[in-house]
Design a protein. Structure first.
Length: 182
């Protein structure tokens, strides 16, 4: 999997970002970890948004700064995934549901081990951001995501049950530091 890298969104990747977004929209699937990529008609605005939310000044009240990465297959420059790393957890939604890292893999590229590699690389980036302990979550019924999380050394903590809609979110932690490369 040495052909796969995380890169910051840039104009160099606008076409592959559009194709990625379109595949999710056509399948009517939610695009997790995409920093609202699906909400932008002009992807230049999406790129600007990802840059703005990297600092406290660029995020709305009660939101956490975050860094977005495209998961690129270098051989064909195709975007096969996207992830967002939240720099800290400052609200119940992030602590109970979203965690530090949100990610997705292009539907046509699933079941090839890409999610596992993307999360591994995202954990390294989280360490570079100074996050010592990373929370990753998944819906209770998302077995594939749970396997991806566990394959990266995450430790199950608990399952949070939303008091309003009774949805269940599994919560996992991993310690990340400069000496620990997941």
């Amino acid at each position: 999997m040495t052909d796969l890298i995380l890169v910051r969104p840039s104009l160099d990747f606008v076409e592959t970002m559009a194709a990625y977004k379109d595949e999710f929209l056509q399948r009517k699937e939610h695009l997790y970890g995409g920093a609202h990529l699906e909400d932008y008609t002009d992807l230049k605005d999406s790129i600007n948004h990802t840059r703005a939310i990297e600092t406290e000044a660029g995020v709305e009240k009660d939101r956490a700064p975050s860094s977005t990465f495209l998961f690129i297959r270098q051989s064909d420059q195709k975007m096969v995934g996207i992830c967002t790393i939240r720099h800290h957890l400052n609200q119940n939604f992030l602590i109970n549901f979203a965690g530090h890292i949100g990610y997705s893999v292009c539907p046509s590229e699933r079941r090839q081990g890409y999610a596992k590699e993307q999360l591994r690389l995202a954990l390294i980036e989280a360490g570079k951001l100074g996050i010592a302990k990373v929370l990753v979550t998944c819906d209770n019924h998302n077995i594939a995501s749970e396997k991806t999380i566990l394959a990266n050394g995450e430790i199950y903590e608990n399952t949070y049950i939303d008091p309003e809609n009774h949805s269940q979110t599994k919560r996992f932690w991993i310690e990340v530091n400069h000496g620990n490369k997941p």
